[in-house]
Design a binder for this molecule. Structure first.
Ligand SMILES: N[C@@H](CCC(=O)N[C@@H](CS)C(=O)NCC(=O)O)C(=O)O
Length: 219
């Protein structure tokens, strides 16, 4: 039997939850290794050996160590093409190119404003850090423009990269989840016909529901 892969970090972290959604979609056996970030364990010398930037997640598959959540997801799909959701990273170069394009759009265009909003609206209050209203307004405006592009795209296809749920959609789940469920900005997603339909569909996948359950457990 294959040794379970190791995912280091708390499920509440968006980047960790991206990897968890992927291992669950791919039905890959995994072990979640706690990293106590409030005690600075992610900056310890041992942890820095597998994640040199001192961030979560870190990932190990036997002798291989990886960091960067999106790279870990791609690796899992390439290593296990026939396991779990076999269409998650496409089955031919054309589909893969479309998935890569929308994965890049997530990382480069959707992630910057959505993570700033999330940090400002969800985590700043929890960490008793003062919110920056100018930053909030600027990034809400940026995110609204990104989601206008998504609205048009999702009027043409069921999912971002085509007719199948893919890594491109999955990668949006962590930030969108916080914005929809833990801020007053959820309408940016839910009030749009196509984006709202898409969000409803991707967020009700069993894999993501399991990640949300893991987030509710003490970690
Ligand atoms: N691009 C990285 C981002 C990793 C990241 O920002 N992780 C955050 C938690 S979501 C973290 O470890 N923050 C603590 C720190 O930077 O010290 C990835 O996708 O893996």
């Amino acid at each position: 039997m294959a040794t379970p892969v190791k995912v280091y970090g708390p499920p509440l972290s968006t980047a960790v939850s991206r990897v968890l959604a992927c291992v669950l979609e791919k039905d890959v056996q995994f072990q979640l290794i706690p990293v106590n970030m409030s005690k600075g364990e992610h900056k310890s010398p041992d942890f820095l050996k597998i994640q040199p930037f001192g961030q979560v997640p870190a990932f190990q598959d036997e002798d291989l160590s990886l960091f960067e959540s999106r790279a870990i997801c791609r690796y899992l799909c390439e290593k296990h093409p026939g396991k779990g959701n076999t269409k998650l990273y496409g089955t031919n170069p054309l589909v893969k190119a479309s998935i890569d394009q929308w994965l890049e759009a997530e990382g480069q265009t959707f992630n910057p404003p959505s993570s700033i909003l999330m940090l400002q609206l969800v985590f700043a209050p929890r960490m008793k850090i003062k919110q920056d209203q100018t930053l909030i307004n600027q990034n809400e405006e940026k995110l609204a423009k990104v989601l206008e592009v998504y609205e048009k795209r999702l009027g043409e296809s069921r999912f971002l990269a085509g007719d199948e749920f893919s890594l491109a959609d999955l990668s949006h789940l962590p930030n969108a989840h916080y914005l929809v469920n833990a801020t007053d900005k959820g309408e940016l997603f839910t009030s749009k016909k196509n984006v709202g339909r898409w969000w409803g569909e991707i967020s009700s996948r069993d894999s993501w529901k399991k990640v949300v359950e893991m987030q509710k457990q003490k970690n």
